[in-house]
Design a protein around this ligand. Structure first.
Ligand code: MOS
Length: 734
């Protein structure tokens, strides 16, 4: 009894079954189904599993920037009561294989250290305290080597990244000539610092080898199916031997897309010790040795006619990355499609540095690219004497400005216009002219845009003999609402109330899901659940001997031909089906992105230069909204990170050795409650038939793309100071 429906998105799906669903739970503002478990402390996170015979591993990182380990002196800690052993495997702990980077086979022994804090050993103890004490006291000897640590002195040694899905260098027309001829232009440099994802839950793994040579790992990961492959490759075992369980994940924001050093360290130590090992990274290690967002230096060139028509758009980014690593922050993604202009150049280049791996973090690309681009648009509008919304209207493209393809859907201007009205944009005054006591007040606007991705994803949906449904996939819920949304989709399509649908996530024994990343999670995994349910509906229709379109499923009953039959009476011993969605040519036949508009009001203290955000409004269009509450929460979180990007978040590397000097949440400032003002979110109705059968697009990261630029534009409007060096701390404003 193996039923399955798969769909490769090679043409639009014009009608969605969700439109005809009778249950009425799609799009509803429903709170999370697993919420009570989380707030009562009964949702089990990775580090909380109680495994028989568990011992504790604490990681040790290098305390120098570049060099060679000559000795790890395990004898220096063996006498500490409770210490079991010290395991070293430098090469493997070293690289966090984010984005599918190569993980080499395990080798014991002395290896190069590539950056400060790189993990070089794991100390095992009967208790966490013993292991931690020994980790602090472990004697490690090394030979230092020359390193590259200072971006400022290195930044002219540029290297083009190798081409992956997107070409790091793009050019169309002649930007140099167009800039030379432009009567009005902006040509400035923006800088953004290294940043950390700063997920609340620490990276954690428990590894246990079984007698049959298989490995169970309870971990905190965003993408179990690909993480399983990475882990298997790192350990030199077949991936069928590895099972990952990640039922609840306390945030990832990119830092848990790939496996982190603690997973490999725990697995290797567990294999060596022949007992389960738990390893939780310490907060400073999460900063030092998982992944960071790169710092950037971005040159934006905008050339325009006197009436505001863009003739040139240039966006050249230089970023830092470890030697041999291929991931580059695609800062220019939205620059490719946001505005019309004949002459275009979008380049991304590396500066090779001996610093922590740069990888994906919270809308990699747009999040920092739009800090610069949307600031530049504000500057250009001022030079033209145009309202910034008008400037965007004038340069709204009818189709993709670089390729001859339409947008799958695009409501940027509608978002800007609705936002302007709701926010009171017409009250915007000349820069530096509005004052409230000691505060200078300003408002700013920026576009939001985030490219849309569909990821291959599979799920199984079963209905048992009592008419209750179960959804299974190794997709994760990283705090985003997956449990709830998948229950809604299955409930809607099978005519079942939410409490009749159980969703089981985060176990690689289930069909491989999309994982959580790149804002593709809900749409991709939701589509696979949709397809499985479509298959089940066909099976049910056969039992009723009717056409699937002719029946209505609601409240556990199937109605057709004047018959109303309990679902349970039609499923016999039970029904099951798998659904699988895969990207197809639709992604190339259309330009797919979600859009929006950010509005911000800030106060700048006239004496101290302190910036306080007073209110924000985001208006977004991202296809069908599956759950108004979880969608809104995603937007609120994204906009909050916009505050961080604009005002507070900045990793500081010591230019002598690359050490992160503010590697904790006390010194690395993510916005806290007191920093977050009134935030409003408006979601515009939309369907995207090109995206997937749900007609929904990604939105998790949309809220952060452009948000920081709106704040920076508001700062200028408040105090007439342009700061192009993020974050906009008071020392730069004064
Ligand atoms: Mo996201 S930065 O792709 O988790």
């Amino acid at each position: 009894m193996s039923h399955s429906t798969s769909l490769k998105m090679s043409k639009p799906v014009e009608t969605s079954l969700l439109d005809s669903g009778a249950q009425g739970i799609i799009g509803q503002a429903l709170t999370r189904t697993e919420g009570p478990l989380k707030v009562s402390g009964s949702a089990t996170y990775a580090a909380e599993y109680d495994i028989d015979g568990l011992c504790y591993g604490v990681l040790v990182g290098s305390d120098f920037g570049r060099g060679k380990i000559t000795k790890v002196d395990a004898d220096s800690v063996r006498d500490i009561p409770g210490v079991i052993d010290v395991v070293t495997d430098f090469k493997n702990f070293a690289r966090n294989p984010q984005q599918g980077g190569e993980t080499k086979a395990p080798t014991q022994g002395v290896e190069d250290v590539h950056y400060f804090g790189e993990i070089i050993a794991i100390v095992l103890g009967e208790s966490l305290e013993a292991a931690r004490d020994a980790a602090r006291r472990l004697v490690v000897e090394h030979e230092p080597a020359e390193g590259r640590f200072d971006f400022e002195t290195l930044k002219h040694q540029k290297e083009k990244p190798s081409s992956g899905d997107t070409d790091p260098h793009f050019s169309q027309g002649d930007i140099t000539q167009a800039m030379a001829e432009a009567p009005v232009f902006v040509d400035e440099i923006w800088t953004t610092p290294s940043q950390n994802s700063a997920a609340m839950e620490l990276h954690a793994s428990i590894a246990r080898w079984n007698d049959d040579g298989s490995l169970d790992v309870w971990g905190s990961y965003q993408m179990p199916s690909s993480d399983k492959q990475q882990l298997a490759q790192a350990l030199g075992v077949n991936k069928s031997k590895v099972r990952i369980v990640a039922r609840y994940v306390g945030g990832g924001f990119g830092s848990k897309l790939g496996i982190a050093p603690e997973a490999i360290a725990a697995a290797i130590a567990s294999r060596q010790l022949k007992r389960p090992v738990k390893c939780v990274m310490e907060r400073f290690q999460v900063f030092d040795a998982t992944v960071r967002r790169t710092n950037t230096e971005q040159r934006i060139r905008l050339g325009a006619t006197k009436d505001g028509k863009l003739t040139a758009i240039g966006h050249d980014t230089v970023m830092s990355q470890l030697p041999d690593e291929s991931f580059f922050e695609p800062t220019g993604v939205s620059t490719h499609f946001l505005y019309d202009a004949e002459n275009r150049q979008i380049n991304h280049d590396f500066v090779r540095m001996d610093q922590l791996l740069a990888g994906s973090m919270r809308a990699p690309g747009e999040a920092v690219g739009m800090l610069a681009l949307e600031n530049a648009m504000d500057e250009l509008a001022e030079k033209l004497g145009l309202d910034p919304i008008e400037l965007r209207r004038i340069n709204e493209p009818e189709q993709d400005p670089e390729q001859d393809v339409p947008f799958s859907s695009r409501q940027l201007i509608r978002c800007l216009d609705e936002g302007a009205e709701k926010f009171g944009w017409d009250k915007r005054a000349a820069p530096g002219t509005v004052r409230d006591g000691e505060w200078l007040i300003g408002i700013g606007v920026a576009a939001a845009a985030r490219s849309n991705t569909l990821k291959q994803s599979a799920a199984r949906v079963s209905i048992d003999a009592t008419g209750r449904a179960t959804v299974e996939t190794d997709m994760t819920d990283i705090g985003t609402g997956t449990y709830t949304i998948l229950a809604q989709i299955a409930g809607e399509l099978l005519g079942l109330p939410l409490d009749h649908v159980e969703v089981k996530l985060g176990d690689t024994d289930a069909p491989p899901g999309a994982g959580s990343g790149g804002s593709w999670g809900a749409a991709s995994s939701g589509s696979s659940v949709y397809l499985a349910c479509e298959n089940l509906r066909e099976q049910i229709a056969r039992q009723m001997d009717v056409d699937p379109q002719a029946m209505t499923l609601k409240d556990g009953y199937v109605t057709a031909d004047n018959r109303r039959v309990p679902l349970a009476d039609l499923v016999g011993e039970g029904l099951s089906a798998e659904g699988e969605i895969a990207p197809g040519s639709q992604e190339k036949d259309t330009r797919q992105a979600s859009f929006g508009a950010h509005f911000a009001e800030v106060g700048v203290n006239a004496t101290t230069g302190e910036v306080r955000v007073r209110r924000m409004l985001g208006v977004f269009s991202a296809g069908r909204i599956l759950n108004a509450t979880t969608a809104r929460s995603q937007y609120l979180g994204g906009m909050t990170f916009g505050i961080g990007a604009a005002l507070t978040e900045e990793l500081i590397h010591d230019p002598r050795n690359g050490k992160l000097v503010n590697h904790d949440l006390g010194e690395y400032h993510v916005p806290v409650n007191a920093d977050v003002p009134q935030i409003e979110v408006i979601m515009l109705e939309e369907r995207d038939v090109h995206a997937n059968p749900l007609h929904a697009k990604g939105l998790g990261e949309l809220g952060t793309c452009g948000a920081g630029a709106a704040i920076a534009n508001a700062v200028y409007n408040a105090c007439k100071v342009r700061v192009r060096d993020y974050p906009l701390t008071l020392d730069k404003i004064l």
